[in-house]
Design a protein around this ligand. Sequence first.
Ligand SMILES: C[S@@+](CC[C@H](N)C(=O)[O-])C[C@H]1O[C@@H](n2cnc3c(N)ncnc32)[C@H](O)[C@@H]1O
Length: 211
Amino acid sequence: MKQNPTEHFDQAAASWDKKQHRVRLAHDIATAIAHLPINQEMTAMDYGCGTGLVGLALAPKLKWLTGVDTSKGMLTIFAKKAAKLSENNVSTRLLDLALAPSPEQFDLVICSMTLHHIEKVDKVLTEFFAALNPDGYLAVADLDEEDGSYHDQDAGEEHYGFDRRKMKRKLADIGFRNIHFQTVHAIDKSVDGEQKSFPIFLVTARKSCQN
Ligand SMILES: C[S@@+](CC[C@H](N)C(=O)[O-])C[C@H]1O[C@@H](n2cnc3c(N)ncnc32)[C@H](O)[C@@H]1O
């Protein structure tokens, strides 16, 4: 039977950071996002923040970071780690953007390795747009389209990665501009005795004031 994805992440939260491949992946994603012109005047939402491997690495470069997730277990770990940072500029929010809009506006929205767990991708991307201030930045990292062999246990995947061209069209239709893709990491895995590489893209875009 398919496990409730929130339960899966609640249970996984305490030991999430012990997997070195997750730490390495998040490091590469955060490093690429740090190349955006972010600064300490900016507020950010990390949607599907998990334990904060990406968001908390960027928090010192920002004015404020809000970690948003649907898993209380993940948010508890995120908050514990945030409390150890010297900056006191992080908060958490339990929220599903498919069900309710963000009550706050941000200059940057991050979403790392979460979109493939979300059924209503179009709705959530539209909510990212709505949650951004004019000229705000979007940074979404996820798997390129794959055949379903990436996840060896069912953790509530709704999509087997994403096709970059379709994603670009989706973002443009919503109103994003300056849409750029880059490959930031590749996860090598043995699948049924065969070595496979799963590339991870980062797409960055902007909520432009101009149409
Ligand atoms: C694979 S983890 C990624 C965590 C973190 N962003 C990172 O890169 O290390 C996916 C996260 O998305 C959260 N999540 C799953 N579905 C979600 C949804 N519909 N809305 C918000 N968060 C969700 C999970 O609870 C989990 O923390």
